[in-house]
Design a protein around this ligand. Structure first.
Ligand SMILES: Nc1ncnc2c1ncn2[C@@H]1O[C@H](COP(=O)(O)OP(=O)(O)OP(=O)(O)O)[C@@H](O)[C@H]1O
Length: 386
């Protein structure tokens, strides 16, 4: 699939912007702080209904404006769809598909699929486990949009269960039969929704493992092998992906943890406490990998995500935000070779020399609040050989 047209209104630094796009490579080039990332962030927002660099929607709306609108014309198998999202911080966002309102924005998740790699992704390797859980859950949602509901059901259960545990812990005396009975009900909800989430993650990690290893080996052939291990809060015993069995394990885990949970006032068992461990050779990547290795690992995770989505039947739009400047010449050339065949690749770079010569295509200059199409097709920067 590819985006044929992007239209912005009061999104980030743009009062308005209209950008026509084509399949193949498009580079957005311009000095720092001119709005290159804002453009690709908008494309990512249409796909995921979230930003890769803001936890809430408020920063996405141009300062002084009440709402932002992002529209994308998406072409998939020669069929066109016009997706429109109205971003209303503090209120419900609205969505339209082919100019008709849809009841809930979530219903059009999956109409556009993107894989976005940006400097913030270093946190997937160096940051806390929540970053890697988010990577898994966002990828699951990209593959099957109905997963957004599984995820939010589970989050709601943990939130409510935590509230109950917190208030029990605050009273500092043994909880009464009523509290324990309510907790039993929440344990059952946790086991049911948690089993769905856990099974999906285990299947995902199994599918990703060989793809990550291969992408990393291609990017960084002289480094150790990249591995993934799913560490569950249920302990080290192997887990099957059978949902009924996982539900039983979660119930048992919650029962065993109950005393401690009541003391601490927090849910200690379940996929919200799990970790996706990244390994380079025999060592964990976090805390051991060099900056370059961490960067390559994060890229390998995104490239593996791209492969997985592509295997589901359609190339997602690949977005590389400010990526090449960080890489040495060899990794740059290898990455360029790996991404060139994608149906659409959107790249941002501060200077033309940061776009590898292998990636020829359309070019825009982004400066002074404008996005201007360069006259000639860009032939790529020269002298970027490995
Ligand atoms: N909500 C907003 N309202 C107005 N301006 C904003 C808003 N959010 C971000 N900006 C402005 O957008 C600019 C940043 O744009 P962006 O991150 O796209 O830059 P960039 O061209 O990718 O730069 P770099 O090369 O440094 O990564 C900043 O000047 C910032 O002040």
């Amino acid at each position: 699939m590819h985006v044929a047209h992007l239209s912005l209104q009061d999104f980030r630094s743009y009062a308005t912007a209209e950008v026509a796009l084509e399949p193949g490579v498009t580079a957005f080039v311009g000095p720092n702080g001119q709005g290159k990332t804002n453009l690709v962030e908008a494309v990512g927002y249409v796909a995921t209904h979230g930003s890769h660099r803001a936890a809430t929607d408020a920063p996405l709306v141009r300062q002084g404006a009440a709402r932002a609108i992002v529209r994308a014309g998406v072409v998939r198998d020669d069929r066109r769809a016009l997706i429109e999202l109205e971003i209303n911080p503090g209120r419900a966002n609205r969505a339209r598909l082919n100019r008709s309102p849809v009841p809930r924005p979530r219903e059009i998740l999956g109409m556009l699929r993107t894989v976005l790699f940006a400097p913030e992704d270093l946190a997937m390797v160096k940051g806390d486990p929540g970053e890697r859980r988010r990577f898994m859950d966002e990828l699951l949602t990209a593959r099957a949009p109905r997963f957004a509901a599984v995820r939010s059901d589970y989050e709601r259960v943990v939130k409510q269960r935590n509230a109950l545990l917190r208030s029990a812990a605050a009273h500092r005396r043994s909880p009464g039969a009523e509290v324990l009975a309510t907790l039993d009900v929440w344990d059952a909800h946790l086991a049911r929704t948690g089993a769905d989430l856990l099974a999906a993650r285990l299947e995902l990690v199994a599918a990703l493992r060989p793809l990550v290893a291969r992408a990393y080996a291609e990017l960084a052939p002289h480094s150790g092998a990249a591995g993934l291990a799913y560490k569950s809060s249920l302990g080290d015993e192997p887990l099957s992906t059978d949902r009924a069995q996982l539900g039983e394990r979660l119930l048992k885990g919650a029962a065993e943890a109950r005393k401690q949970e009541l003391e601490r006032g927090v849910s200690l068992v379940g996929p919200h406490r799990d970790e996706l461990q990244l390994r380079l050779g025999d060592l964990p990547a976090r805390g051991y990998a060099s900056h370059g290795e961490s960067w390559s690992f994060a890229l390998a995770l995104r490239l593996a995500a791209f492969e997985l989505l592509r295997a589901d039947g359609d190339d997602p739009v690949l977005i590389l935000d400010d990526v090449f400047a960080e890489l040495d010449a060899g990794r740059r050339a290898r990455l360029a070779g790996m991404v060139a065949p994608a149906e659409q690749v959107l790249i941002t770079a501060a200077v033309p020399a940061d776009v590898p010569g292998e990636l020829t295509g359309a070019a825009y200059t982004v400066a002074d609040g404008e996005v201007r199409r360069d006259g000639a097709r860009r032939d790529g920067a020269r002298g970027e050989g490995p």
